[in-house]
Design a protein around this ligand. Sequence first.
Ligand code: SAH
Length: 357
Amino acid sequence: MTANTLSPNSSTKVLPLLGRSLSELTEWVVSQSQPSYRGKQLHEWLYVRGARSLGDITVFPKSWREEFAQDPTVEIGRSQIHLHKQTRDGTEKFLLKLADGEIVETVGIPTSKRLTVCVSTQVGCPMACDFCATGKGGFRRNLAKHEIIDQVLTVQEVMQQRVSHIVFMGMGEPLLNYENLVGAIAVINKDIGIGQRNITVSTVGIPNQIPRFAQEHLQVTLAVSLHAPTQEVRAQVIPSADRYPLIALMDDCREYVEITGRRISFEYTLLAGVNDSAEQAQQLAHLIRGFQSHVNLIPYNTVSDADYKRPSERAIQTFVQVLEDAKITVSVRRTRGLEADAACGQLRGQHEKAIAK
Ligand code: SAH
């Protein structure tokens, strides 16, 4: 893997065109002494036709395209497909190579009429949650806005289907890359055309960032990775819980619901013998009672060097039953694409091990 000598937010010296709005693109073409309608053409070629270089944009005059080819300060900002794996259940997994050689993971998950993309926001992750493959791999840097957007376009192009849903549940902690996250959501919504209601942002919780995110007044779903009904158990698996206790996180979630009027989706990874007992289900029900929320249970997905186990089907069903009896809306996320190592960060982790050999 290439050594990263760049600062966390800058993967390239050149400001890429990908990620710019129609008006910004129009401004740019005009600054290049071109007629303003070329802005609309550029927008379409970037976000609909998937141009990877300015040379691809055949509606542009040949002389102008040749000029770009010589100009190192102009680039579109697409990543390269480094690895593409398909699984029997239809899930497709991608490792994308960024301009500085870093590798990031993206997954395309097709279901009957949907195509969901699981998007990464960081290369690695600094949160170090004990059961998470990405957390085990350490942190490299934040993704730039165009590197986030590129993932959606790549999946759409390769899978030849319009992306309908986005989940920010790939590598990294989205709320630690706040500006680029919010900027990417705007482009995914306005320029790629994916409804905000079809976008989910998943966070383990970062102090002050949940109320801040509420103030954006977006129609997206916020998913909060709770994973435990008590501070004690949460701190066992999530190191950052020491600095941001459960009680403070729940206060911020309450504020989020008040400000946005939107319910929160609580994610709860079930770890056998750690957080999956019927008593803990009761504690969870108590913790979120009266909250506008939904609980999404994720049976633990084995990560080779972690010490956790997936609960039995019976334990999962009992946990669900306790929550349902307490009138809490609950669903169980059955992980798809397990053979392609689709759990968070697994493919990249294995890829790194393989090239280190
Ligand atoms: N940093 C964000 C996104 C992480 S990935 C967050 O913490 O929410 C999305 C979800 O998958 C999180 O809830 C995360 O805790 C969970 N997850 C990570 N590794 C897992 C594993 N091996 N099995 C089950 N869930 C896992």
